[in-house]
Design a protein around this ligand. Structure first.
Ligand code: A3P
Length: 339
């Protein structure tokens, strides 16, 4: 895959004032939940909770985005390791063009190398483009052209307990940065957020519905949808890097394997390396009307950090909810005590 520009201007488009007005009208009628953050309420649309600012983009691409059969959509709910998935896929797909030292990821934030569809930055362009695209949208909300085009999808999910803790931290951080006058006690507590999460009220939640949508679709179309788990990839990344390369149509050659190319890419994309790059330590990126610190996307990158924030009972409660919601699907999340 040839990567030319991190900003992909041939695809960028602004939602017209008329469409925006129309989307805002619809959004104003949706059920809302305000407790997560004072920045924006969550709105229930097509069975999932969205922030209005991103819902406008989602509605826009539902109406206008034209997927191409060569596109590969990197899909995930928020805080499941999206940056990691993007960095791995990007590095694997462009490895004949760049090495670790020349990679655009050295100087450009990952989300700018592979932008999100649902932030409304894409038009119906049919022109040539870098085929890796990303979205947090649930499977059932994807633009029809994604399904019709038969384009490939890589989905990453994560243990819900760590996902919850990561989301709680992230939203508090972004809220605090937006409202400097807010005090610690004004921000949502872990208990309050946990109750909402368990009710399915979270950013792109219910989380289990997000996961199930892609899981079921991956069972139906295994050749088109690669379903990955953060914990599996953290345990042993190499087999998944190889799987991704094969899925993207650029398998590692035996010379590359022998020469350590897989390991080089894994190390470059590791939390330790990415979080220490200057662009990710000190850079900012624009998300809609906000400037967000790139460092907000790198917290700990660990499996099982939930134990530092949730009681065992809370953990069990969420495990039980997941087990019940996923029952019969063949998908299991409960990780063993030593993990
Ligand atoms: P924690 O908050 O648990 O540390 P997303 O990329 O979807 O926003 O997810 C963010 C989560 O992925 C954060 O989890 C973040 O630290 C972790 N993460 C970021 N880069 C990573 C990497 N290279 N490897 C593993 N985890 C990473």
């Amino acid at each position: 895959m040839e990567f030319s520009s991190p900003f992909q201007t041939n695809l960028a488009a602004n939602i017209s004032a008329e469409s925006q007005e129309e989307y805002r009208k619809i959004i104003s009628t949706l059920p809302k939940e305000t407790a997560w953050t004072p920045m924006q309420p969550l709105c229930l649309y097509q069975g999932f909770w969205f922030f209005p600012i991103f819902l406008e983009g989602a509605m826009y691409i539902q109406d206008h985005f034209q997927a191409q059969s060569t596109d590969v959509l990197l899909c995930s709910s928020v805080k499941t390791g999206t940056v990691w998935l993007k960095a791995l896929c990007f590095s694997i797909a462009t490895r004949t063009q760049f090495n670790n030292y020349t990679s655009p990821l050295q100087t450009t934030f990952t989300h700018q190398c592979i932008p999100f569809l649902d932030y409304g930055e894409y038009a119906a362009s049919q022109g040539p483009r870098f085929p890796l695209l990303a979205t947090h949208m649930p499977y059932t909300c994807l633009p029809k052209s994604v399904i019709d085009s038969g384009c490939k999808i890589v989905y990453l999910c994560r243990d819900p307990k760590d996902n919850f803790v990561s989301l709680w931290h992230f939203l508090r951080k972004v809220t605090r940065n937006s409202f400097k006058e807010l005090k610690e006690g004004d921000l949502i507590s872990v208990e309050e957020a946990f109750e909402l999460f368990c009710k399915g009220i979270s950013f792109y939640g219910p989380y289990w519905e997000h996961v199930l949508g892609y899981w079921n679709a991956s069972l139906e179309h295994p050749e088109r949808i690669l379903f990955l788990k953060y914990e599996d990839m953290m345990k042993e990344t190499a087999p998944y890097a190889k799987k991704i390369a094969e899925f993207l149509g650029c398998p590692f050659s035996s010379e590359e394997e022998r020469g350590g190319r897989i390991q080089e890419i894994i190390e470059f994309c590791s939390f330790e390396n990415l979080s220490n790059l200057e662009v990710n330590k000190a850079g900012l990126h624009q998300k809609k009307d906000k400037l967000i610190e790139n460092s907000a996307y790198f917290r700990k990158g660990k499996v099982g950090d939930w134990r530092n924030y949730l009681t065992t009972e809370m953990g069990e409660r969420l495990d039980n909810i997941m087990e019940q919601k996923l029952s019969g699907s063949g998908l299991i999340f409960r990780v063993s005590p030593q993990d």
